[in-house]
Design a protein around this ligand. Sequence first.
Ligand SMILES: [Zn+2]
Length: 278
Amino acid sequence: MNLKHLTDKELVKETKRLVQSEREITTEVLHHIKEIDSRKLFSDYGHSSMMSYAIKELNYSESAAARRIQSARMLGAMPEIENKINDGTLSLSNLSKAAGFFNRENIKEPSKRKAILKEIENKSARECEKTLLEMSPTKPLPRESVKIVTPEFHQLKINVSESTLKHMNDAKELLGKHAINDEFMDDLSKEALENIKRKKFKITDKPRVTESTSRIASNQTKRDVLKTSNGVCEKCGSLFMLQFDHREPWALGGKSEASNMRLLCFHCNQRARIRSRL
Ligand SMILES: [Zn+2]
């Protein structure tokens, strides 16, 4: 595109017009993201979350995806902010910072949320961060992160409470480890994972065969389904809040037998429910 022929005045005017339509399109994108999110449609494309869908299917970077999803959810909850997004009074970056703040400080009341959004209107990202910090009743903890530091290693930064640290130290002593490092964390997480699986999927050394006479599958059926599904969501491969689901719904006569059961994560399960109502 060659714009050399434009006068300075025309160039400035055209740029402003384009930025305005860019904002309007962004709002339209937010509405679409909000709808895909509420239908859990990402599950049909094998994604475990809206975030994964936005990164892999819409080609957004992680931060661009997060800004849009958080803003879309905010727009869903507060439709009155649409004009402010359209005219640039509220940027996506400030909206997503506010969403994080509401979450952290557990601010749910619409009037409080509205008042806070008012405070960050027309502010730069830095000014917005400062305003939110000043409004924070508690001293915010340092940012948590997972960073790739070498092809094999990640650096994990998290804030832990006094009691969590004590539990970790006690586990370290019992396992005979000398430091809270990768080796210890690997041992601890593997142990925890096994325990969670045992509880969730009723894995036992002496399986009892029980008859399934209800909506709830027998423990043996659950173990069979677990084996055939490799312990992951059938649709997206995620582990997030895995649940046993009837392929043919129980209400429509579907049996609680292994052939009619599958493992679905929370979102894919919700999507299946939404689809069955369509
Ligand atoms: Zn899933």
